[in-house]
Design a protein around this ligand. Structure first.
Ligand SMILES: [Fe+2]
Length: 262
């Protein structure tokens, strides 16, 4: 295993966060942003208006095949295969622009208004106890630079180790900021307490937030059906695995006695 991969694994274990620099070039980031702008325009004209303080579309890869690449970045894939295992899957993915617009639209009519603006974690609870660290991870891809004044994500240090206490939504916790240049990726343990920062009305903050977990965790959406409808068999074996195609339960024991199938 490469030294850098080991360092990321250690950072995730001890600090609940690690940074990967230059995963995408500035040129690649800017070209994605241009495409995202078009996708948002089409989405708003065809479906619903997006938030006033942050604009979010889940399953953005349904609208442009090029976006699928953002779900299986090689450097990230290598780490997730180690910290989860080879069979890890996508649970949810969102394309987010944290940006304050004029309040043109009525809040109630908006799609995903101001998502993640209060302190929270994205782990799961059993018996009122948070699952242990290391179960699932959020991969943040910074297409825009994450800066202090464009709503960068904030987190409470080492909070991924706290299992019996939960963040108070509006409390003023001592925190750190997740900053990085265009093309940086930050991976966080889903147990880390975090929130989105105050959006700017001048600078955009285009980013991807992807939630990954073990193969037996239920995804937010039916990805096998979604990709079958949209892409048939034209995507890679690895990506199909990430999108749960290897972990759909069989119709009956006569088809197979295994849920996980390669
Ligand atoms: Fe979150």
């Amino acid at each position: 295993m490469k030294n850098s991969t080991q360092k990321h694994i250690k950072d995730l274990k001890n600090n609940g966060i690690t940074y990967l620099k230059n995963v995408l070039s500035k040129k690649e980031c800017n070209s994605y942003i241009k495409e995202f702008e078009k996708t948002f325009k089409v989405f708003e004209s065809k479906y619903k208006k997006l938030g006033n303080r942050g604009q979010v579309i889940q399953n953005y890869f349904f609208y442009n095949k090029n976006y699928l690449k953002l779900l299986e970045l090689k450097k990230v894939d290598n780490i997730l295969k180690k910290v989860i295992d080879d069979n890890y899957v996508l649970i949810n993915s969102s394309l987010t622009n944290r940006f304050k617009r004029n309040n043109k639209y009525d809040k109630k009519s908006l799609h995903l208004e101001d998502l993640g603006g209060d302190w929270h974690h994205d782990s799961r609870l059993i018996g009122n106890r948070r699952l242990d660290r290391g179960f699932s991870f959020i991969v943040m891809i910074m297409l825009d630079k994450f800066e202090k004044d464009n709503g960068c994500t904030q987190y409470v240090e080492k909070s991924h180790l706290i299992r019996d206490k939960f963040p108070e939504r509006n409390k003023n916790y001592k925190h750190k900021k997740i900053l990085g240049d265009q093309g940086t990726v930050a991976i966080i343990d889903t147990g880390l307490w975090h929130k989105a920062g105050e959006p700017s009305d001048k600078k955009t903050r285009w980013s991807i937030f992807s939630y990954y977990g073990p193969w037996f965790m239920k995804p937010y959406y039916n990805y096998p059906a979604m990709i079958q409808k949209r892409y048939k068999n034209s995507i890679s074996k690895n990506l199909k695995k990430i999108l749960h195609c290897n972990s759909v339960p069989p119709d009956s024991e006569l088809e197979s006695i295994y849920t996980l199938r390669g």
